[in-house]
Design a protein around this ligand. Structure first.
Ligand code: PEP
Length: 247
């Protein structure tokens, strides 16, 4: 699998902001890594239309676990796919915290995503209190076990390790801390899905920016990044894509 630079626009952006997509595509017509942007749901179809024929893939930020029904405000995985999405982020810490999403629910959503032909980008991460308590690996391991669907493969699932305290804060773990968690995840995945674990992309997320991307991408078992704030500007995200392409 190619490495993956994924951007999460969160609840940011507008039709006007899609000009950033044009700039990104123009500057990176054929990157050596995969390039994905996940805008708010109302922008997916328009972004996918702008990205058609380019190296840019488009994803959603969440989906419902059911395929249809009385779920006001939610969208199904098939709806995201029909709008042009190829991926969906699931279990982001903001959804786990703001919407009370459990790992069990995240797994159900991932199963729905896979059934609709989407690639599930499943997020895991410890809070600062959990890290301070020495519980990081226990927390991440429990989240991984419960969040990924049976039958996950390198082609259908991506894992993003995102320490909650590093998201949007400008703070990042040490390189040794990132390497420790990624090595742990690779080994734990092997126990869950066997040989598929070797090729499954493990992304780091949390305050990745052009100035720290290269050193993070040089770490073993880091196969890309999930990027929030720095994905909003083509110049910044493009620099991260370039760093990953060179890694
Ligand atoms: C994120 O939202 O997944 C994220 C990593 O945000 P940021 O890059 O802004 O820390």
């Amino acid at each position: 699998m190619k490495k993956l630079a994924a951007g999460n626009w969160k609840m940011n952006g507008s039709m006007a902001a899609l000009a950033e997509v044009d700039a990104l595509i123009a500057a990176h017509p054929a990157p050596a890594c995969e390039m994905l942007l996940c805008p708010p749901t109302p922008l997916i179809a328009a972004m996918a239309a702008r990205a058609e024929g380019s190296a840019l893939q488009v994803g959603g930020q969440d989906c419902h676990q059911n395929s249809s029904g009385a779920h006001t405000g939610d969208v199904s995985a098939a709806m995201l796919a029909e709008a042009g999405a190829s991926h969906v982020i699931l279990g982001h810490s903001e959804r786990r915290a703001d919407h009370g999403e459990s790992s069990d629910l995240v797994r159900q959503k991932a199963e729905a995503a896979l059934a609709a032909g989407l690639i599930a980008v499943v997020c895991l991460g410890e809070t600062e209190a959990e890290r301070d308590a020495g519980a990081t690996l226990a927390v991440i391991g429990a989240q991984l076990d419960a969040s990924i669907p049976a039958g996950s493969t390198a082609a259908t699932v991506v894992i993003a390790y995102e320490p909650v305290w590093a998201i949007g804060t400008g703070r990042t773990p040490t390189l040794a801390q990132i390497a420790e968690v990624h090595g742990f995840l690779r080994a734990r995945l092997a126990g869950l899905i066997g040989a598929e674990a070797a090729g499954l992309r493990l992304l780091y997320g949390g305050s990745v920016k052009p100035s720290n991307a290269a050193e993070i991408f040089a770490l073993p078992e880091v196969d890309g990044a999930l990027v929030g704030g720095a994905s909003l500007k083509a110049a910044d995200f493009g620099a991260i894509v370039a760093a990953l392409s060179a890694a």
